[in-house]
Ligand binder design. Structure first.
Ligand code: HEC
Length: 131
């Protein structure tokens, strides 16, 4: 009888240990989408509006700057023409790099990753094409 109880205890301990180590695995925080490309892979060459820049702006800025949400901020960054206007007046790069004299964006949230800032910068340096 004693043997059975100790085996049962051992099993319970094992189960307990197992469930704990499992839950540790799943508590790892997932990075926000679009703001954390895989480490070591930051492609800033040949950035295209439709394929790279628009999705990045959508993920990080549309909560306040889509045309539907622009009541929050007064500014829409949705669509090429709206974004290009902010490229031309220097506010896109100024706000995301937290440069002096600009309102830091995304407002109240962590700065974009260096990689994403460099991707936008790369696109602007090539003349911010609508491609
Ligand atoms: C949580 C809401 C929020 C998010 C997310 C956000 N913004 Fe803004 N943004 C605002 C508000 C509010 C204003 C107007 C007040 C101000 O300038 O602080 C603004 C203003 C701006 C302006 C105009 C600044 C000026 O000087 O006229 C630009 C450009 C801008 N945002 C770019 C961005 C970009 C790019 C992103 C994404 C990387 C972003 N914002 C994310 C809320 C937000």
């Amino acid at each position: 009888m004693k043997k059975i109880i100790s085996i049962l205890c051992f099993c319970l301990l094992l189960m307990f240990y197992y469930s704990c180590s499992k839950s540790n695995e799943t508590t790892q925080q997932n990075p926000p989408p679009g703001n954390n490309p895989p480490p070591g892979a930051c492609d800033t060459v040949n950035m295209q509006y439709a394929a790279h820049i628009a999705p990045l702006i959508q993920t990080n800025c549309f909560s306040c700057h889509s045309t539907a949400n622009m009541a929050i901020s007064g500014i829409s960054l949705e669509g090429y023409a709206n974004l290009k206007a902010r490229v031309d007046d220097g506010k896109l790069l100024g706000t995301i790099t937290h440069a002096a004299g600009f309102s830091p964006m995304p407002k109240g949230l962590p700065k974009l990753s260096d990689c994403n800032i460099n991707r936008i910068r790369g696109w602007i340096n090539r003349g911010a094409p609508n491609n």
